[in-house]
Write a protein that binds this ligand. Structure first.
Ligand code: AMP
Ligand code: MG
Length: 310
């Protein structure tokens, strides 16, 4: 406990100096900097080699800290009460007097915000008086990190401090929902999309127009292990790593289980970790068996489909 407190103190010191640090969240680890500081967020882009036109999500402690920066409505409040803190990000309109760095919004008048539930990061957010801009803590377009070691593997000594919060519980990035205009999901993620639409449909005026915005993180090649990925594979070929979700009778050194019991939550948690292990072992190809397209299986399929694009 004491160790956590002293680590949080250290984290704050770095952040107050406009440095970026690694932080744990329930989805994946983030590369965090003061979202009000152009200097800090520029460092995040540089270290991650993220294209400047790809905006960052701002992480807040609570709705109270958010109100100064963003416009909110009833739909937001309802979704916030139901799912936050948790794995959901909202695209909202910025207030004119917002202090959020224009760099993380790609100079637009909207911003994506989230309230992570990881207890260490919540403690940290409570103690600082600015939100944290935090994309996933990996080099742009690669696999998101789900442990402190993954973040070390990404940045080495270039990243001076990582707050260690153990393995990420969910293991996939947040669901992103655009609440400007007619609400709609931009990226599938940690929360079942049906649950979200159920709430939206109860509250929203059906005539609202859908406002299209670009989400670079949903571009074709993303979440990529850097080697070919074959989907819906019924068997594996020679020298191909085979990711499975159900236990097979046969033993094969090329089998990698993300679950043995068709458990989708467990599969989501293990997916990125397993992709990293396969890469480290030097495989040149990956096959993945069919993943049921229900609940968080939708988000798993979304990520592996992008990972499979060349
Ligand atoms: P990452 O932080 O790496 O999980 O990626 C965050 C995702 O959120 C990226 O796909 C961004 O394009 C998307 N995003 C962040 N801010 C905004 C925004 N203001 N509008 C739309 N998408 C956003
Ligand atoms: Mg990312």
């Amino acid at each position: 406990m004491k160790k956590n407190d002293s680590n949080i103190k250290k984290a704050i010191k770095y952040l107050n100096n406009n440095e970026c640090i690694g932080i744990p969240t329930e989805t994946v680890y983030g590369l965090a900097g003061n979202a009000y500081s152009d200097k800090a967020v520029s460092r995040v882009y540089k270290l991650k080699r993220r294209p400047r036109n790809n905006p960052l999500i701002a992480h807040y402690y609570s709705i109270n800290s958010l109100k100064k920066d963003c416009e909110i409505d009833n739909t937001f409040i309802k979704l916030y009460k139901k799912f936050c803190p948790g794995p959901i990000s909202f695209v909202l309109k910025l207030k004119k007097k917002s202090r959020v760095s224009k760099i993380i919004t790609n100079n637009s008048n909207s911003v994506a915000v989230r309230f992570p539930s990881h207890s260490l990061t919540r403690k940290l957010l409570k103690k600082i008086n600015y939100p944290l801009a935090a994309p996933s803590a990996n080099i742009s377009a690669g696999i998101s990190p789900v442990s402190k070691q993954d973040v070390v593997d990404e940045f080495g000594p270039k990243l001076k401090f990582i707050l260690d919060g153990g393995p990420s519980k969910i293991g996939l990035e947040s669901t992103i929902i655009n609440l400007i205009g007619k609400p709609h999901i931009l990226r599938l993620g940690g929360i079942n999309s049906k649950l979200i639409y159920k709430i939206i449909n109860q509250l929203e005026n059906k005539n609202k127009k859908k406002i299209k915005i670009k989400v670079p993180g949903t571009s074709k090649l993303h979440y990529s292990p850097g080697i070919p990925v074959r989907l819906n594979a019924k068997k594996n070929y020679q020298n191909e790593a085979y990711i499975l979700i159900k236990k097979r009778k046969k033993l094969d050194k090329n089998y990698f289980y993300i679950s043995k019991t068709n458990n989708l939550k467990q599969a989501a948690k293990n997916l990125y970790k397993t992709l990293r292990i396969i890469k480290k072992k030097g495989y040149k190809k990956i096959a993945i068996e069919n993943i049921p397209n229900i609940n968080i299986g939708e988000a798993i399929n979304d990520r592996i489909l992008r990972a499979s694009k060349k």
